[in-house]
Structure formats: C-alpha cells, structure tokens
Write a protein that binds this ligand. Structure first.
Ligand code: SAH
Ligand code: CA
Length: 213
C-alpha cells in the first residue's frame, strides 16, 4: 500500500540510510523463490525498524512472523553486543532461507528461530523483552498483544505492522472480512489502553509504536 505519491516515496527512500547489500540480496531471492513476496519489509521500513531498534538498544527482542528474515535482520542491527533476538513463524518451509541469511549476517549467533503457531509458542518463551515486533496473522493481533505485554519491561517497545491494512480500516467493512473488523476494534482499543502509550506511524502499511508504561 502506498499512501504517498511514488515520487515522494522515492525521495524519502533516497534520503534515508542505504539498504545493506545482504538485505538487497534477500529481497531478490525472496521475490524469486518464495510465495507472497509482497509481505517482505522494504528498504525504507527496514531502516526505520533498524533505527528504532538502535534507539532501544535491546538485550532481548521478540519477533512474531519471521517470513524470510528481512525484518529480523533489521531489528538485530540494534541489539546490544550480547543481545538476543527470538523470531518465530508457523511456516517451516522458510527455515532454510532464514538460516542461510542469518548465518551470513553478523548476527547469526544472536538470533534464535522458533517454528510453530504464535499462540502456541509465545506462552513457552520465558524472557523479558525490550522490543517486540508483531507481524504475523492480523486476526490474532489482540491475542499476541495480551500475551506479550506481561513479557515486556516497563519502557519497552511493542511495534505492530500493517495496522492500516491497505487503508481498509477507514472504509466500509465487507461483510465477511472479519480481519479488518478485528484490526479496527483493536486499533481503537489500543489507543485507549492505559497500559501503553500509543502512536500510529503512517509508515508503509501502518506501524503502531507502543511504549509500555
Ligand atoms: N516480518 C516479515 C514478514 C512477515 S509476513 C518481514 O517483514 O520481512 C507474516 C508471516 O507470519 C508469514 O511468514 C507467516 O507464515 C507468519 N504467520 C502467519 N500466521 C502465523 C501464526 N499464527 N503463527 C506464526 N506465524 C504466523
Ligand atoms: Ca508486515
């Protein structure tokens, strides 16, 4: 989804940090070999994730929805030297490409990949996180959020991707489109949730930034 003109999008990307070569290669390989490549984080949003992670400088990051590992590699750039990133995905066919690119990056030994459904896997993760990136099944965002909130330290950050859902959150909802309705209700609830400070950033498909109070 592009909310800005193509010229402005290009200008913004040109005037932001360059995309690391390994991530360019991962994007190419994802487009060639993996289903639904439009799910991958792009150059600009990847740099935003990297800078946010660098500001937080986390010891522990949790990512829900690895796909081919692009966003994980961006977030890992901000890890403290001994920091760890745990990323999970239900699709085990992605393990090969994830592992290859993580191993080629400087963060291979700081990243743990878990395979399984988020709602099954998250309760078994016994860590306190400084940063969480939620990017798996949009219909399950409310459950992910409630599950991770007790695992995030005070002042920690929860990011949620695709919260504008191609702009559908401000359009009449199609009768059978329960995912959009879930996102509309969840975005509203989050904006009123006293446990977090919330801003919706109009970055790509919408990126919500929450700080835990
Ligand atoms: N964060 C990635 C993109 C994630 S795409 C990036 O920016 O590059 C969404 C991913 O969530 C897909 O790989 C899909 O397999 C995974 N996913 C969807 N539902 C899930 C679930 N219930 N549990 C775990 N992973 C899930
Ligand atoms: Ca996404």
């Amino acid at each position: 989804m592009h909310f800005l003109s193509a010229d402005l999008e290009a200008y913004i990307t040109t005037h932001s940090e360059k995309e690391p070569d390994l991530l360019k290669e991962l994007t190419r390989e994802t487009h060639l070999k993996v289903l639904m490549p439009r799910m991958i984080t792009g150059h600009f949003q990847g740099r935003v994730l990297s800078l946010i992670a660098s500001l937080v400088h986390p010891n522990y990051i949790l990512e829900i929805g690895t796909y081919t590992g692009y966003s994980a590699l961006c977030l890992a750039e901000g890890l403290s030297p001994k920091g760890q990133l745990i990323t999970l995905d239900k699709n085990d066919e992605l393990s090969g490409i994830q592992k290859r690119y993580f191993d080629r990056s400087p963060y291979g030994n700081q990243i743990t990949r878990l395979t399984g459904k988020a709602l099954d896997v998250i309760p078994g993760i016994d860590k306190i996180f400084d940063l969480v990136f939620i990017d798996a099944d949009k219909a399950e965002y409310p459950e992910y959020f409630e599950m991770v909130l007790p695992k995030v330290r005070k002042g920690g950050i929860i990011l949620l991707d695709n919260v504008l859902w191609s702009g559908k959150v401000v359009e009449p909802v199609a009768q059978k489109d329960s995912t959009t309705q879930t996102l509309i209700d969840f975005n509203k609830k989050l904006s009123e949730d006293p446990r977090v400070r919330t801003v919706v950033l109009p970055i790509r498909d919408g990126l919500t930034l929450c700080m835990v109070k």
